[in-house]
Write a protein that binds this ligand. Structure first.
Ligand code: GDP
Length: 194
């Protein structure tokens, strides 16, 4: 299905399961470690500078943000994880919200943003397994590609694929929110899931 990613509107933030949207539109759920560039990837996809908030104090907001894409699907921005300076109360709130969302059966497609430079963290591995457990397809975007030397790209992608135990059907796309690399491929994968 063709979706115009320039036609995007913020719908609401959810802080508890009663705020989840359940109107049947497909939900494309974006997850990533704090500071991996998830907001930047989303802004790049929708061609806006400050749509999803870049550099918002990492981990401070345990909320799920819903954006509607061209009346066809929701882009669901899940709260970032792995930020060290977060209180236990905040981490617990994050855990309860995520557990409820992953158990809700509402996810149509998982989009994980990881850092192209590094081996995925233990939190990244957990997140990939949560997506897998829902049975939804998973697309992984390896962001900050512009920070890699050419010779590093293939080995790094192989390490990411291996560490996250990606299957043959799971897409791993090199991406640079900064340069726009991979935008068409990611949009293609999102549209193909609809
Ligand atoms: P979030 O916490 O995952 O939403 O991350 P942000 O989108 O706020 O980005 C964190 C930092 O990484 C910011 O300083 C961004 O400018 C930077 N950043 C994001 N994507 C890229 C990228 O593709 N390349 C480079 N070089 N920097 C990036």
């Amino acid at each position: 299905m063709d979706v115009n990613f320039n036609k995007v509107e913020f719908i609401r933030s959810a802080v508890s399961p009663r705020d989840f949207l359940r109107d049947g539109l497909p939900q494309l759920a974006f997850a990533g470690r704090s500071n991996v560039g998830k907001s930047s990837v989303i802004n790049r996809l929708v061609n806006r500078k400050n749509f999803a908030r870049v550099g918002a104090s990492p981990g401070k907001t345990s909320q799920i943000n819903y954006f509607r894409l061209d009346g066809a699907a929701y882009l669901v921005d899940l709260p970032g994880y792995g930020y060290a300076k977060v209180s236990k109360a905040e981490r617990d709130r994050w855990g309860r919200l995520m557990e409820a969302y992953f158990a809700s059966g509402l996810i149509s497609l998982g989009v994980m943003i990881v850092d192209a430079r590094h081996k995925p963290t233990a939190d990244d591995v957990t997140m990939a397994s949560w997506f897998r457990d829902t049975g939804c397809p998973l697309v992984v975007a390896a962001n900050k590609l512009d920070k890699l030397k050419k010779s590093e790209i293939d080995p790094n992608l192989a390490l990411i694929r291996q560490t996250l135990s990606l299957g043959e059907g799971d897409l791993l796309l090199p991406f640079s929110a900064e340069k726009g690399v991979g935008r068409e491929d990611l949009i293609g994968a999102l549209c193909a899931s609809l």
